[in-house]
Design a protein around this ligand. Structure first.
Ligand code: HEM
Ligand code: HEM
Length: 202
């Protein structure tokens, strides 16, 4: 009984709040589509599908540009200011991250903020190196590949391949973190990224 009172008192510290605006939600699910399709079209490329890889890459690039603009003029939870975490806030949050309770952040929690920045930087590197990459086997050049020397092209292609592995790892970590929040911390972040409403600590 006492336990029930405790938990209901605990729950009263949370309330639903509209956190994610429609633009960021549509943006997120479009990014998922462009990155997953771009990655698959790159990894399993053939001569006939390579152009689609480039289209997916352009789409990702445009979405990143939108996110940069939105980081300056969008609503408070998606602003870069909200993503700026200090080592001390990060350490403080990481210390209680394993607690079996929702974080209740009115936006990204500090660890989430770091992963968002990491994903945006990595995807920018992916798009930028892709523009200068070449595929000798398929005789396929990125749209800006002819602007740089052969050795620079080779180096940037190697970086494009390397960062595509990093993108895979970071996205898998992102999905694992979301599952961890759902199953361990009982916090449904996916529903919030669909509806915009999040359970936030008062
Ligand atoms: C406009 C943007 C992009 C262009 C022009 C581009 C171009 C290319 C080219 C020319 C290759 C073949 C390189 C080679 O011979 O290994 C390639 C491979 C690849 N790209 Fe992109 N790319 C772009 C964006 C992206 C994005 C956004 C992703 C990931 C989300 C991606 C993932 C990959 C992968 C996984 C490979 C295969 C790498 C490997 O063989 O290990 N690319 N891309
Ligand atoms: C290619 C795959 C994915 C990429 C590149 C990606 C990227 C991102 C980025 C950049 C953000 C930050 C949003 C912002 O800019 O403020 C984010 C947030 C989020 N993503 Fe993904 N995502 C991917 C897949 C997924 C999948 C499959 C799910 C669902 C299972 C998911 C669920 C979420 C959720 C719930 C958030 C909000 C996290 C929070 O509350 O802090 N993502 N994602």
């Amino acid at each position: 009984m006492g336990q029930d009172n405790d938990s209901s008192a605990g729950m009263s510290r949370f309330e639903p709040q509209k956190v994610w605006d429609p633009a960021i939600r549509i943006w997120h699910w479009m990014l998922v589509f462009s990155v997953v399709s771009g990655w698959l079209l790159g990894e399993f490329r053939s001569f006939s599908t390579m152009q689609w890889h480039i289209y997916a890459g352009y789409t990702t690039g445009i979405l990143i540009l939108f996110r940069i603009v939105w980081g300056f003029i969008g609503p408070p939870p998606v602003r870069f200011r909200a993503l700026a975490v200090t080592p001390s806030t990060l350490k403080k949050y990481a210390g209680k991250m394993l607690r079996r309770e929702p974080s209740g952040a009115a936006g990204h929690n500090p660890v989430g903020a770091v992963s968002v920045i990491l994903m945006l930087v990595l995807l920018s590197v992916q798009v930028l190196t892709g523009l200068f990459s070449e595929d000798d086997a398929l005789f396929f050049d990125g749209p800006l590949a002819s602007m740089v020397s052969g050795s620079t092209r080779t180096t940037l292609t190697a970086y494009h391949q390397l960062s595509s592995k990093a993108v895979l790892i970071v996205v898998l970590l992102h999905i694992s973190a979301i599952l961890f929040y759902l199953l361990w911390k009982r916090e449904n972040l996916v529903k919030a990224m669909i509806t915009g409403w999040k359970i936030v600590r008062k």
